[in-house]
Design a protein around this ligand. Structure first.
Ligand code: ZN
Length: 324
């Protein structure tokens, strides 16, 4: 600035027409220089302001790149409120089929009737729930009203009955596969598993032989072989595991970690707590014994966000344990 002022004050007298011309030239030059200086100064000031005081820095005089950068920076001190929770209901299901209770009590207890299953999906849909996968739990927090629908054993009626209903309500699910039981009759075939994987269903490992991991001396093989098989079949990494009949010991946890599993589902009842071990997540068992009414009651009663919840970790409406 001083340089421009000095030049204009040190001018010597010149003839009228030349003087006027020179003045005009000098004035134009000064204006241009001042203009350039001013613009440069505005950018420097703005960048300085942005670094010193991100909330009040102006954006109007900035070039597009700087404006964009400025906008991003100004948003950082005031991020939108984090609307997340560390508790999530993970539902445990087996068969979705009609079973005659008198003829097959165990089968009945392991199943939920398709119309009851649909009532559950209707309830979830009407009440704003959205289904997610185990792999979505990596950050240990989820949006409220998230839910995981897990199906154990990979029965064929997941493909024929559950999946069409899930699709109808735009829901997804996670299915645990026993890798030597993919016969295509009682259980889904490898081709069906590939198909549901492509349809967006999360595939979990459920060992090779539905082994009792609390006693099986070959438990590490059960854990790793089933993972390797599914990864080869689907061409992707399997990170989720389900303990057969909910049984495991301390060694199981170590073997799961060593194999690269990140999430494992138990049969301990209640909402899953994402602040705790992700290899020992709780679940809520739903079958014909509690049905859709029991499901809704358990979902509400066991919800840790619910101040009237006096029955945590599992309400009486949760279905009792079974050896599957
Ligand atoms: Zn099972």
């Amino acid at each position: 600035m001083n340089k421009h002022t000095m030049n204009s004050t040190n001018l010597k007298p010149v003839p009228m027409n030349r003087k006027a011309k020179t003045r005009l030239t000098i004035l134009t030059g000064i204006l241009l220089l001042l203009s350039g200086c001013s613009e440069q100064n505005d950018i420097s000031t703005a960048v300085h302001d942005r670094l010193q005081n991100p909330q009040t820095a102006g954006t109007q005089q900035l070039a597009p790149a700087l404006t964009e950068q400025n906008t991003q920076t100004t948003q950082q001190p005031n991020p939108p409120a984090q609307n997340t929770t560390t508790r999530i209901p993970i539902i445990m299901l087996h068969y979705v089929r009609d079973v005659d209770k008198q003829k097959d009590l165990m089968g009945y207890n392991l199943s939920i009737a398709p119309d009851s299953f649909e009532k559950i999906l209707q309830y979830l849909s009407k009440n704003g729930y959205h289904t997610i996968h185990l792999s979505d739990l990596e950050n240990r927090k989820v949006p409220p009203k998230s839910i995981i629908l897990s199906f154990d054993d990979g029965y064929e009626d997941f493909y024929t009955t559950a999946l069409p209903l899930l699709n109808k309500y735009n829901f997804t699910a996670s299915t645990a596969i026993i890798t030597n039981m993919m016969d295509g009759t009682r259980y889904m075939s490898p081709a069906q598993i590939q198909e549901i994987d492509k349809a967006g269903i999360e595939i979990l490992s459920h060992t090779v032989h539905h082994a009792d991991l609390s006693t099986d001396p070959l438990q590490q093989k059960e854990i790793t072989d089933s993972k390797n098989y599914l990864e080869k079949l689907l061409g992707k990494t399997i990170t989720g595991f389900v303990y057969p009949a909910g049984k495991y010991n301390d060694q199981t946890l170590k073997f799961l970690k060593d194999a690269g599993y990140q999430f494992a589902l138990t049969e301990h009842a209640g909402y899953a707590d994402l602040t705790k071990d992700l290899l020992q997540l709780r679940r809520i068992r739903i079958d014909n014994r509690n049905g859709s009414a029991g499901f809704i009651q358990t979902l509400i009663a066991d919800n840790p966000e619910n101040s009237t919840n006096k029955t945590s970790p599992a309400s009486p409406a949760a279905a009792p344990p079974l050896p599957y």
